[in-house]
Design a binder for this molecule. Structure first.
Ligand SMILES: [Zn+2]
Length: 365
């Protein structure tokens, strides 16, 4: 008799709309390049997990309450409407501008204390809520952005209802988005929204562990003044020349009531499994000390050695060990962040989720 394969028993929450965001590249250092945050990422992840037996659960539509508790309403409205305004002004058809790309940014230094105005012209307004040139918006972007939020909220619902683990296959990713500014190929902060939803459903304290290769500056700043959501991240050292450059340093520990509820462990380029897992072990201890009722994992798979977007050198075995560790902290919503090497992405996701299943005491393949 043939041995039956053991399925990966973690719900994979998925929205078909996530495929509709086609950024069409990114403008990096003044040159438009093809970019790596492509729709195929989501298909590779979904298919790899489905083949291992994970149930694919459709994302349920949710209202805006949690979304607008996390984000400035102006940002949400901007993302929902900027493409239509861009199109109406003729940028794609008459001027060859097929994506929304800002060219001027109202930085604090520019305004020197003036209240930022909302420019009537969409080409001026494009930079109002954006902080870089590599996070483009096209016709299907809003549907995908909102689909990713619904996936995160549906996964949070499952965990709030008693599931030990749920995985939100969010695309586009989200952890670089602050309360009122998007960038880094991210538009709305899916992980922060999941954390807020867990709080709203009764979790007294939530721990967010961010293992994406890059610092989750957006998530950090959303919860920087709060003690009810602890944030910890291990990531390539921004001081070594890596995005997000301006945040992610060890000295950032939180502020006011949130003082002591933020922990960054920047790692040197080239860091592999041993040192990466040692750092994660330290984060685990700190997270456990705050006694979280629920956990959100910003699951970036771009710390892998094969990934084109980071210099970290983690293996599938490393991701499996990481999954095991974070899921042992408590009921967990795993939220997909980065991960860009299409050839290795599926294996990495299977490894991370298999480890998480073990950590949560589920049977794992
Ligand atoms: Zn990343």
């Amino acid at each position: 008799m043939r041995e039956q394969p053991v399925g990966l028993n973690i719900p994979v929450v998925w929205s078909e709309d996530c495929l509709r965001h086609e950024p069409g590249g990114e403008v990096w250092l003044g040159v438009r390049e093809p970019g790596t945050e492509v729709p195929a990422r989501a298909l590779v992840l979904r298919d790899a997990l489905a083949v291992r037996g994970a149930p694919i659960v459709p994302a349920r539509p949710h209202g805006d309450e949690i979304l607008r508790a996390v984000h400035d309403g102006g940002l949400v409205d901007h993302l929902a409407g900027v493409w239509a305004a861009w199109e109406k002004e003729g940028y794609p058809a008459q001027h060859g501008r097929d994506r929304v790309v800002p060219y001027v940014f109202p930085t604090p230094g520019m305004l020197a204390g003036l209240e930022p105005r909302v420019p009537p012209a969409v080409h001026g307004r494009a930079g109002l809520y954006c902080y870089d040139t590599m996070t483009l918006i096209g016709p299907g972007s809003w549907a995908a952005i909102r689909g990713a939020v619904d996936a995160a909220l549906t996964a949070a619902d499952l965990v709030s209802a008693g599931a030990p683990l749920a995985y939100a296959l969010c695309r586009p990713p989200g952890h670089h988005v602050t309360r009122a500014a998007y960038g880094g190929s991210c538009y709305l902060n899916n992980a922060a929204i999941a954390a807020q939803a867990l709080r709203a459903a009764g979790a007294g304290r939530v721990a967010i562990i961010d293992i994406d290769a890059h610092h989750g500056n957006g998530t950090q700043m959303i919860f920087y003044d709060r003690a009810d959501v602890w944030y910890g991240s291990l990531h390539v050292d921004p001081g070594a020349g890596w995005f997000p450059h301006y945040a992610g340093y060890a000295a950032e520990r939180g502020r006011g009531e949130g003082d002591g509820f933020n922990r960054n462990l920047p790692l040197a380029p080239g860091t592999g499994d041993a040192d990466w897992l040692t750092a994660l072990d330290a984060l685990y201890d700190e997270a456990r000390a705050v006694e979280p009722d629920a956990v959100v994992v910003s699951l970036g798979l771009d710390a892998a050695a094969s990934d084109p977007e980071s210099p970290l050198c983690v293996t599938e075995a490393g991701y499996r060990a990481a999954g095991r560790m974070v899921a042992a902290l408590g009921p967990a919503v795993l939220v997909q962040e980065g991960g860009y090497d299409l050839a290795s992405l599926g294996g990495l996701a299977v490894a991370a989720l298999s480890g998480a299943a073990e950590g949560a005491g589920l049977r794992a393949p």
